[in-house]
Ligand binder design. Structure first.
Ligand code: HEM
Length: 422
């Protein structure tokens, strides 16, 4: 079969294809167009995520297609050592330990350490939005993409003047690895990625020179390292920063855009949140299940794996379709319905599972919850531009809205029919 992830059909409504794959007779599928094995059932995706001996991470961040020779020669110059998401044990165990010690990752610690940053940045963006009342604003560039980027650069201690560069480079990385760029674009994006890596090395060198006394992530990682390469090398610190700068915002911006879309596309749903903002966390959690920001993730088998009647050979690249697993009827009642009140919602796999479970899950949830709560409170009249139709950037892993135009009104204008239904 072919998945055709860049076709209009898949980009508009991947869930229809996931449903066919889940309900079809075969447990695992080989996508000839991608050269990837597709794993869709919840139990199989969870096992693969959790079994890091058999399903390895080493090639997770390698482009899913053959890049042109000129771009490849530039990519080969990127000598970033693999850490966390791109590493297997024992490097993964060691670098993850360092990350857990230096990057807050429980709800309580995230709220204590990063809550003030998130609240300040949300306030700035909401104030800017309110200043544009009565106009149409695209919430993707003006809110969803900007908030997580500003938060992660604050956490990492990246200078404000470099934010636009970081955005350009990390968008380029997502397109280079999981998109469909032309050969010319591949060369441009590969050059950007190399510049990005060199930038992270310079950031670490600068902090080293300063004596790294600060509260930013890079300084904390250098203090944790304490001059010992057995703990973490300076290039590994740069590599962690390189990964966090991308993982910390491209994902959460997807979560924000999907949450806003789910909240605003049904007026009654938005109005219920305006009346009762305590419903925001449940909406965010159901958004994670229903339309994950990352809906496919790569692994490579280290040994043959038999699933049902099919044996995946050793050395095979597998696409774990997290989006499909989150719609598996064996786990989720009325799986294709968006239902913030469901009881089984927490079983989604949107932050992964097992040893590589997302280190930023608590931060992503906090950002989305604070942002939506502030918007329903301060901009209750917000509504989607009537002519808007969703479309998503061409990508195999990251499902990102191209645009989310809204009309900014600060006063709620209740529609009698939806208010009655609510
Ligand atoms: C909605 C937002 C997010 C989603 C959907 C998401 C998704 C994921 C997924 C699926 C994985 C597992 C990868 C694997 O199993 O190989 C992962 C790992 C990771 N995520 Fe996130 N993520 C989000 C936000 C963040 C944020 C905000 C950060 C940091 C600022 C972050 C940093 C990481 C890191 C460092 C890993 C690698 C962990 C490891 O390999 O041990 N993520 N994320």
């Amino acid at each position: 079969m072919e998945l055709r992830p860049f076709s209009g059909t898949y980009l508009t409504n991947p869930a229809a294809i996931w449903r066919d794959l889940l309900d079809g007779p075969e447990r695992v599928h080989y996508a000839e167009d991608l050269g990837l094995w597709l794993i869709t059932q919840h139990a199989d995706v969870r096992n693969a995520l959790g079994d890091s001996d058999t399903f390895r991470n080493a090639l997770t961040l390698a482009p899913i297609y053959d890049v042109c020779p000129e771009a490849l020669s530039i990519v080969m110059e990127i000598d970033a050592p693999p850490t966390t998401a791109a590493a297997d044990a024992p490097t993964h165990t060691r670098t993850r330990r360092a990350l857990r010690a230096t990057f807050a990752n429980t709800a309580v610690r995230v709220n204590e350490q990063y809550g003030p940053i998130v609240r300040r940045r949300v306030d700035e963006l909401v104030e800017r939005l309110i200043a544009r009342r009565g106009t149409v604003v695209d919430l993707v560039p003006e809110f969803a993409a900007e908030l997580p980027l500003l938060v992660v650069v604050d956490i990492l201690g990246v200078p404000a003047e470099d934010v636009a560069l970081i955005k350009k480079w990390s968008d380029g990385q997502i397109a280079l690895i999981w998109g469909q760029p032309s050969p010319d674009e591949q060369v441009r994006l590969a050059q950007g990625l190399l510049d990005f890596w060199r930038y992270c090395q310079r950031l670490v060198a600068f902090r080293l020179q300063e004596g790294h006394p600060g509260d930013d992530f890079v300084s904390k990682a250098l203090r944790f390292r304490d001059g010992d390469d057995e703990v973490l090398t300076t290039d590994e610190v740069a590599s962690l920063a390189f990964n966090l700068l991308v993982a910390g915002h491209e994902t959460t911006s997807g979560l924000l855009a999907h949450s806003l879309d789910n909240a605003l596309s049904e007026r009654g749903r938005w109005e219920r949140l305006v009346d009762n903002p305590s419903g925001v966390p449940a909406l965010v959690e159901e958004t994670l299940r229903f339309g994950p920001a990352i809906d496919g993730w790569l692994r490579v088998t280290s040994a043959p794996v038999t699933l049902g009647e099919t044996t995946i050979p050793a050395g095979a690249r597998c696409l774990l379709l997290i989006g499909a697993a989150n719609r598996d009827s064996a786990v989720f009642a009325h799986a294709d319905a968006f239902d913030p009140h469901r009881r089984d919602g927490k079983d989604h796999l949107s932050f992964g599972y097992g040893p590589h479970f997302c280190i930023g899950a608590a931060l992503a949830r906090l950002e989305a919850q604070i942002a939506l709560t502030r918007l329903v409170t301060e901009v209750p009249g917000l509504r989607l531009a009537p002519e808007h139709l969703n479309s998503f950037k061409p990508n195999v892993a990251f499902r990102a809205h191209r645009a989310l135009p809204v009309i900014v009104e600060t006063f709620a204008q209740y529609d009698d029919t939806t208010a009655a239904a609510a």
